[in-house]
Design a binder for this molecule. Structure first.
Ligand code: ZN
Length: 403
């Protein structure tokens, strides 16, 4: 049996007045998703527990069959895995943004999308300043998205579940003072942030940026800390091989930790201009090599963050036409049967332009699944059905592996 999961990131939304009371996916022309709902079952899933921040790191962990309350340790360890950085048992990974803070206010959580070369220069400056201190290791990533490792080397790191850090993208235009790291281990993090401010004030990179009329990266902002998650490899847990197609680091990292093949698709951008047809074609190809294939598309989430209703509808229609429909057709040719699942990782509201909690609609169809009475794929139709599950219960249902 072959299994495919399609994730339209952040697809779930509220009814829109501008769409005559329909949600974006209900307003979009999506015959592929509708056929899936008609031929199979439709339901609602809670992918992000109320007690956790809503994001793709938590939501996709749920979709992949792992309860985030049990397995999620933080966002940074997943990004470290995506970069091929191995964490030891006592190591912690911490996200290290390069940010612009002016007069104590978070002006840019990206230092205005700082270029890779400038970012690398500043990260290297920090590492040099540590003068061989082996506890801390900075890793330059892409643009403002860098990592810091706390290699505690045999002694337990000082952080606990009570260590509180705040994502800098949540505090744009706000005074940062009350959002600084707090709780166990936070003093060390704040010390590094303070030191970066001193170093960056004098940095040549920043002088050059100012000459070019670009804002300086005034300091680092540390957040998203976590230790290595104790994930049971997917093959071991479900007895199936897996592969993931995505342009997003977090999902690549999670896939790598689960032991999946990470498939790179040329033209996959993680943005609205992504090559949908290429993703569909690569997914069909991957089905011949693996038992379970995940196709993730970020574009619907990006459109929501921009508050762009038309772009969100367009993204969902593209996903339907170039991924859901061709993949479903290919699956129907599988001699040993198939199951197809579509589900967002979390809602992202056009109204608030941010991730939200609450249930997402999911549809699954294929061999041996009797149809319920659903006619279309969407939030309203899904709330009319009786199927309610938690996100991590979805794959066991797809695989017929419920305990
Ligand atoms: Zn997401």
């Amino acid at each position: 049996m072959k299994y495919v999961l399609v994730i339209p990131d952040g697809c779930a939304d509220e009814p829109q007045q501008s769409l005559g009371g329909k949600t974006p996916v209900e307003a979009a022309r999506t015959p592929g998703m509708d056929a899936e709902a008609q031929q199979g079952v439709l339901g609602l899933a809670e992918t992000v527990p109320e007690s956790m921040p809503s994001g793709s790191d938590v939501g996709t962990m749920s979709l992949f069959g792992y309860d985030p309350l049990k397995y999620h340790t933080g966002r940074a360890p997943l990004e470290a895995a995506a970069q091929g950085i191995e964490l030891g048992a006592d190591d912690w990974a911490i996200r290290c943004n390069l940010v612009t803070i002016i007069d104590g206010v978070m002006k840019s959580f990206t230092a205005e999308q700082i270029g890779d070369a400038d970012a690398r220069g500043l990260i290297e400056l920090l590492q040099r300043d540590l003068c061989g201190d082996t506890r801390w290791k900075f890793h330059a990533g892409v643009s403002y998205r860098n990592l810091l490792l706390d290699r505690s080397r045999g002694t337990a790191a000082p952080y606990t579940a009570e260590t509180l850090t705040i994502p800098p993208h949540d505090i744009t235009d706000q005074p940062v003072e009350k959002f600084l790291p707090a709780g166990p281990g936070s003093a060390d993090l704040r010390k590094l942030m303070d030191r970066s401010r001193e170093l960056f004030a004098e940095a040549e990179v920043n002088q050059q940026r100012q000459q070019r009329g670009e804002p300086p990266a005034t300091q680092i902002w540390l957040w998203g800390q976590g230790s290595r998650p104790a994930l049971v490899p997917f093959q071991e847990r479900f007895g199936l091989s897996g592969a993931v197609i995505t342009a997003v680091d977090l999902l690549r990292g999670l896939g790598r930790l689960l032991g999946w093949e990470i498939i790179t698709v040329p033209g996959a951008t993680g943005y609205l201009d992504t090559d949908y047809a290429a993703k569909g074609a690569y997914a069909i190809d991957a089905v011949s090599q693996h038992d379970f294939v995940v196709v993730h598309v970020e574009a619907s989430d990006e459109a929501s963050h921009e508050g762009n209703t038309a772009a969100k509808i367009e993204a969902l229609e593209q996903i339907d036409e170039h991924i859901v429909r061709p993949v479903h057709e290919a699956l129907k040719q599988q001699p040993d049967g198939y199951r197809l699942l579509i589900s967002p990782d979390h809602p992202t509201f056009l109204r608030t332009r941010t991730h939200s909690h609450g249930a997402v609609p999911f549809a699954m169809c294929g061999t041996g699944l009797a149809a319920d009475s659903a006619r279309t794929y969407g939030e309203t139709e899904a709330s009319g059905t009786s199927l309610r599950i938690r996100g991590h219960e979805m794959l066991p249902l797809l695989f017929d592996q419920q305990k």
